[in-house]
Design a protein around this ligand. Sequence first.
Ligand code: C2E
Ligand code: CA
Ligand code: CA
Length: 667
Amino acid sequence: MDGQLFASTGRRISDARELAEAVQALAQTPRSGRFIAHDGFLYRIVLQPLPAAGMLGYALVGFAVDGALVEELTQLISLDVSFLANDQGLLISSLDAADSVALNRLLSSEVDHLLLWSRPHYISRNLDLPSLAAEPVTITLTASLPKIYAEFDRVLQLTLLWTVVTLIIGLLAALMLSRTLIIPLQQLVWAAKKFAVGDYRSYFNTSSSTSAEVRDLQQAFADMGRQIQAREKQVSFQARHDILTELYNRSTMLEAIAGQIHQQRPFLLIASNIREFKSINDNLGPQIGDRCLRVIAQRLLQKSSNNGSLHARLGGDEFISLIPLLKPDDAEQTAQDLMALMRQPVVVQELSLKLRFCMGLCIFPEDGSDAKTLVRRTIIALENARKQGVALRTYQAGEDEAHLERLAIVDSLNKAMHADDGQLLMYYQPKLNLKTGRIDKVESLIRWHRPDHGWMSPEVFIGLAEQAGLIVELTQWVVRKVLGQLQAWDRQKVHMNAAINISAQDLLYPDFVPFLKKAVRAHHISPSRVTLELTERDLMRDEQQGLLVLERLQNLGFVLSVDDYGIGQSSLGKLKKLPVTELKIDKSFILKLDSSPTDQMIVQSTITLGHNLNLSVVAEGVENEQSLELLRKMGVDHIQGYYLCRPIAPESFTDWLAEHRDMDKQA
Ligand code: C2E
Ligand code: CA
Ligand code: CA
């Protein structure tokens, strides 16, 4: 305790002062050891108090850290260890280094590697060991890396190898996928794009490497393309052709004509029409009618392959043909040839039908310079042929203008009717009842005063209205006016019956009877006061249908009269079957009755026959007294004519009537 060295096993300690510092440090923290370097050796020292009776002193025990310990430590922690003292350098090491310089060199040495970069051989860490402040001791723990590197390199190589292998497999898979899927899919996309612009060829190369599914898909695509193409062809064919006959339709024909005009090659345009086609349809049925149209179309198509002609169906039983003309003089003969071809009998279901045709022709360039005009003029020629009952007719200059004029008339008539602005008027011509000597009836006659054109004859515009299908509306207009007039006269105590002229088309109009029924009821006029005049020709036009309507009208109480009797070809026998009660002898037999013994004979026999059939007989066109007296003697029931009175406006009618009655009384 007094600091004296009592005993020592160490050879090199002779003076306690050498150890004073260690003893001092350890005394403060007994039981904890310290490392010290002494004479180039390393020790771990501990201070052990030596108790006796009281404190005797300390025993300072030092354990030498020698080779064996270092070896054991190295084994234990799998690291190399080196102990260094601050001033004495390397004390001991498991590494092969003699001094600290050698150790440093060793620790900073590097190893090369196959990846061409060098790495440190060792990795070290210095730790301070508990030692004396004046003489610190450190331990360097060193791990040798090459073994770890080797492990790492192996893993790295393996990883690289796998990466490369995976990459190759991936590439191969991508290649395969692209051959079996991506390329075919791209082809499909491409094909779809082509389809969109109307190209339906199939561009697929169905190599064996493509999968079955893809091949199916390609097949489906190719099929779809073919089907769309077929349908498209069909649709565009139908848009350009007449479906029944497969000839061109009107618009395609117009294009074709325009093309020919463009080439400035002369040609003949022939519009043809089957006469009485309606009766074939009605009597033999529409199938046979269609069959006839197809047979004729077939002949035309054969002709077109021979001489470059083009043919279209304009609708119904109307065809139009364009035939190139080599010489202008050939026109007539060419048309005759076509007629002969079309006229050949059509054999259907063992029936040999002889069809008759009407034809109209136009020649380019003589008869027009554009397709529409040429077609219109050809059809005008056809219509005129039909009206005149001739088989073949060439367009005559000016007919088109007349046609257009007719259209203009129909148009302004339609407007005048709807505007009801006083252009259209009803005039009335009185009829004298010879049995009673009284004026009991008028015939209503339409008048049209066209601004800038003056009065237009009803014979002209009624005919046009019939052709244009305007007559039904016009008749309704007339009926309303006349019934309104009767009502107005009723109010003035002028009790009149009225005759109204109607057309064949009126009879065929399904709403005609209901319309008349409603009209008379609305105007409070008994149907028996209304005579409906129909010409003999109109009556015979659609016998079956017409007869039914006439019967219904008669049942309602209307009086039915045969107008213009004697100029049509009807037999009295036929007339007998019709529910008519009045016969109006045509004025052509009456106008010169007084001077024509033939007319007198005809009129007399007509009156007798009419009376025998229980018909009341009217004579119109009575222009002089002699004729009137003759008719009176012949026993006619009513007379009408300029001798009595011209057709007059309703305002003048009541005055005329009053005057006539006065004259009558005086007589
Ligand atoms: P229609 O039915 O035969 O009419 C008789 C025509 O003979 C009338 O001609 C009349 O003015 C004329 N007339 C009468 N008495 C004499 C005479 O003594 N001598 C001569 N020369 N002629 C006489 P309008 O008014 O020019 O009518 C012509 C035709 O127009 C009518 O012939 C009729 O078919 C038609 N029409 C007239 N008004 C109508 C109508 O409202 N509806 C229909 N559908 N047709 C009408
Ligand atoms: Ca008449
Ligand atoms: Ca008449």
